[in-house]
Design a protein around this ligand. Structure first.
Ligand SMILES: NC(=O)c1ccc[n+]([C@@H]2O[C@H](COP(=O)([O-])OP(=O)(O)OC[C@H]3O[C@@H](n4cnc5c(N)ncnc54)[C@H](OP(=O)(O)O)[C@@H]3O)[C@@H](O)[C@H]2O)c1
Length: 243
């Protein structure tokens, strides 16, 4: 039974949108895992628009490091729009890393912006915690892997997050899909082929099947700049009132 739909009270978890760009052959990255910059300027604008519609933006360590993201809203108009509707100027920035082994030199820690929250495990070394603590609120959410159900319910109750967008990476998306916590998928299909056995798809490199297939409904499609923009909602999610 899906955790985020039927068995779990939807009022206690934020809505989770996964926002990704993929190629025609379903790749989200080049074989060398180089930064995901294969879409148009229009797509990058849309990414920020979707980010601004959410209370929090979440990424895992791999993407944070590879894409050197700050997870902010550089566009002042988007920030003003948030303030007008009574939201914080920028969404809360959320990082997921079981080891917590994250370099303090990354742009996210160097640029001003919304508060940063890190969900990690008991595996995080104490010296690393001490190093990051002045920049980040750190929470232990598991022993080996980060418990994403805990993360979402903590974001809901502690930070009043009602909608979160996950911008990567595929390992984190796979973890969310495994426990059926994805409500919505926003996909940009780029008119490119990458090939590559070691280039990940939306759920990472080929591996085990998910415990069950997850079903989505196409609810919106747009064409622009030689790209397709698709929005899917979890089939159960479409039958309930979204937050
Ligand atoms: N096309 C797109 O839209 C798009 C979007 C995002 C990323 N990407 C690409 O994807 C590639 C990165 O892929 P990736 O799979 O390596 O990145 P990832 O999912 O961002 O990072 C993987 C790491 O995140 C942590 N992590 C993920 N799920 C976790 C969980 N449930 N519990 C605890 N820790 C968890 C682990 O860090 P620890 O080792 O510290 O435990 C893991 O090693 C890059 O090339 C990036 O450009 C593409």
């Amino acid at each position: 039974m899906p955790l985020n739909s039927a068995s779990q009270d939807s009022q206690t978890l934020p809505r989770v949108t996964v926002h990704f760009a993929i190629t025609l052959d379903g790749k989200v990255s080049t074989p060398n895992h180089t930064p995901a910059q294969f879409t148009s300027a229009n797509d990058k604008k849309r990414l920020l628009e979707v980010r601004s519609e959410n209370d929090a933006v979440m990424v895992a360590k791999g993407t944070l490091q590879t894409d050197r993201m700050s997870l902010g809203l550089p566009d002042q108009m988007l920030r003003n729009e948030r303030l007008r509707r009574g939201a914080s100027e920028e969404p809360l920035r959320v990082i997921v890393s079981a080891t917590g082994d994250i370099g303090l030199d990354l742009p996210i820690f160097q640029n001003p912006g919304a508060p940063i929250v890190l969900y990690t495990t008991t595996r995080m070394l104490s010296w690393k915690r001490a190093e990051l603590e002045s920049k980040v609120a750190i929470y232990e959410a598991g022993k080996d892997q980060v418990d994403l159900l805990y993360v979402l319910s903590h974001l809901f109750s502690r930070y009043q997050v009602r909608a979160v967008v996950c911008e990567g990476g595929p390992t984190l998306v796979r973890s969310l899909a495994k426990v059926d916590l994805i409500d919505r998928i926003a996909l940009t299909i780029a008119a490119k082929l990458f090939g590559g056995r070691s280039a990940p798809s939306l759920t990472g490199l080929p591996g085990d099947f998910l415990p069950a297939s997850r079903h989505f409904q196409l609810v919106n499609h747009e064409i622009g700049d030689n790209e397709f923009y698709l929005t899917y909602e979890h089939e159960v999610c479409t039958r309930r009132t979204l937050l």
